[in-house]
Design a protein around this ligand. Structure first.
Ligand SMILES: [Zn+2]
Length: 59
């Protein structure tokens, strides 16, 4: 499954699941994603660490 916020793959047994009262299910890879999605209601596209995969610079 994938993180509902940053779209990162979540390993089995890791991350957490959240079921909203309307039946929607969210998966989060970390508390950071959980907080951003549910409390701050941020859009992933507006957050650098969540949208950084678009342009990856090689080191
Ligand atoms: Zn995430």
């Amino acid at each position: 499954m994938k993180c509902s916020f940053c779209k990162k793959e979540i390993e089995k047994g890791k991350g957490k699941m959240f079921v909203k009262t309307d039946g929607k299910i969210f998966y989060f890879c970390s508390n950071k994603c959980d907080k951003n999605m549910l409390k701050l209601k941020r859009k992933p596209a507006k957050i650098r660490w969540a949208a950084k995969k678009k342009k990856v610079s090689k080191k």
